[in-house]
Design a protein around this ligand. Structure first.
Ligand code: AMP
Length: 195
């Protein structure tokens, strides 16, 4: 069955110090599955990544994992994915993940998550895609990042319209609903091949 929507989730390959991170990752996966959606993610089984994937599968959703073969060889791949795409390079992986997605959502995570969030936000501002980009500021995890971004705006390196391109929220279900709704309205074609 064709999924109702496809959300690319970026999140920690570690669980984080607070069990609340895993609980929220589980809620995100459950929401996607219960709403007939598809999860696109990095294909790992560790940390919050594995929690989101397992919860999506448990709730009846499809899961597409896209992982570079170097990480598979380290035995980090989640073999329970509906589809597991093993690719040659990290760049190929990120392009494929972005193509499968209707929307992007970043949960708490480390440098990999931050890099992915900034990449799809940058692609959005350049017009390479028109898909919504969400940031879940769970329990203030991203407060300091958002404060820094405000500094970047006030210092003249960013504009308000760039900030307006991201959807920031604290509650996962409300943010997912917003992203799926906005994704349904996006009409511009994909230009990821030009990146
Ligand atoms: P981090 O936030 O540094 O833990 O990195 C997590 C993000 O980077 C995820 O969204 C993945 O796409 C990617 N990533 C990092 N480590 C792995 C791994 N072991 N397996 C799969 N993807 C990973």
């Amino acid at each position: 069955m064709t999924p109702a929507f496809s959300v690319c989730v970026y999140c920690g390959s570690r669980p984080g110090a607070d069990p609340g991170f895993s609980e929220t990752a589980r809620q995100v996966g459950q929401w996607i599955g219960e709403h007939g959606g598809q999860l696109v993610y990095g294909g790992g089984r560790n940390g919050l990544m594995g929690v989101v994937a397992d919860a999506t599968l448990a709730a009846g959703g499809r899961v597409i994992g896209v992982i570079p073969k170097a990480l598979v060889e380290k035995e980090w791949a989640h073999t329970g994915c509906t589809e597991l795409h093993v690719v040659d390079t990290m760049h190929e992986r990120k392009r494929i993940m972005a193509e499968y997605a209707d929307a992007f959502l970043s949960l708490p995570g480390g440098i990999g998550t931050l890099e992915e969030f900034f990449e799809v936000w940058t692609w959005r501002q350049l017009g390479y895609h028109a898909k919504p980009v969400g940031l879940l500021n769970l329990n203030g995890y991203y407060d300091h990042l958002l404060a820094f971004l405000a500094t970047s705006v006030s210092s003249g390196f960013m504009n308000d319209w760039q900030m307006d391109l991201i959807h920031v929220a604290v509650e996962p279900a409300a943010l997912l609903e917003q992203l799926v709704q906005v994704a349904g309205m996006a009409t511009e074609g994909l230009r990821l091949d030009q990146i």
